[in-house]
Design a protein around this ligand. Structure first.
Ligand SMILES: NC(=O)c1ccc[n+]([C@@H]2O[C@H](COP(=O)([O-])OP(=O)(O)OC[C@H]3O[C@@H](n4cnc5c(N)ncnc54)[C@H](O)[C@@H]3O)[C@@H](O)[C@H]2O)c1
Length: 254
């Protein structure tokens, strides 16, 4: 028995940035498991290669590429490499990110610049490079990883500012590119157990506080994001654009 045709991604090709770890890894594995061909891109090439090896071991199609998303030229190269390999670009997943938690009164110039560059500016250059190709080739689906931190106050100031920017950038691009059939959506995860959150979760009381804020009373695992990712890449979302799909166990309800 096959899956539902609305969730069929077996003929889809694309890339995932920050695909070497955590949520990006889960998305790459999940899309490949569903039959898509995936370029796993990360600044950490060995991490991307490990994910590709996992995908190959399960019979999927994947390739590893090193990309520093903070460098516009490397992002453009990623789109070129993907389209050269597959001859198309059905989905572009912009997920790479970093998290610094510094008091607003102590944030320095370099930290501000670096975090905005990786968490916001890179998302725009990625969208622009993927969008240009998709506009010229009949459309496609762009998905950005935002965060509930872009919606509520719960994290570092720079991070939250960047993520709020990702949500709005997603809406503007969705509006502008709808006539080209370029879909632009984002996912806002809640508290997910990954390398990014591990150091914070290790601090006394933090995990309890995250659980207290989460009505479903558990932390998310990277795999909890896969359903949303699959939906936003598959034909099931063919009338959905500019949406911020919140996957947070209910944190933002209260
Ligand atoms: N974990 C959470 O609770 C949570 C919640 C909301 C949103 N997010 C977002 O999800 C995304 C993935 O985070 P995660 O929790 O899986 O973290 P993670 O640290 O496990 O993975 C992030 C990946 O991005 C890569 N990366 C970092 N800087 C990069 C750069 N300049 N160029 C290319 N790759 C780079 C890292 O090497 C790593 O593989 C991020 O955008 C993050 O902000 C995470």
């Amino acid at each position: 028995m096959g899956g539902h045709p609305l969730f069929d991604v077996t003929d889809k090709c694309g890339y995932v940035t920050g695909g070497g770890s955590g949520i990006g890894r889960a998305i790459a594995l999940g899309l490949a498991e569903a039959g898509a061909a995936v370029i796993v891109s990360d600044i950490n090439l060995p991490a991307a290669e490990n994910v590709v090896a996992e995908i190959h071991a399960r019979g999927g199609r994947a390739y590893a590429v090193r990309t520093d998303v903070a460098r516009k030229a490397e992002v453009e190269e990623l789109v070129q490499l993907t389209t050269a390999r597959f001859g198309r670009l059905d989905f572009a997943f912009h997920n790479a990110g970093i998290l610094r938690i510094t008091k607003p009164e102590e944030i320095g110039e370099e930290e501000w610049r670096e975090e905005l560059e990786v968490d916001l500016t890179s998302v725009f250059w990625c969208c622009q490079a993927a969008g240009r190709y998709m506009i010229a080739h009949g459309g496609g689906k762009i998905v950005n990883t935002a965060s509930i931190s872009g919606m509520i106050v719960n994290s570092g100031l720079t991070y939250s500012t960047a993520k709020a920017g990702v949500i709005q950038l997603t809406r503007v691009l969705a509006f502008r590119w709808a006539r080209h059939r370029v879909f632009v959506n984002c996912i806002s995860p809640g508290y997910i157990r990954t390398a990014m959150t591990a150091p914070h979760l290790a601090r006394p009381g933090v995990e309890q506080e995250m659980l207290r804020q989460t009505p479903l009373r558990r932390l998310g695992e990277p795999r909890d994001i896969v359903g949303a990712a699959l939906f936003l890449v598959a034909p099931a979302s063919d009338f959905v654009t500019g949406h911020n799909l919140v996957v947070d166990g209910g944190v933002t309800l209260a």
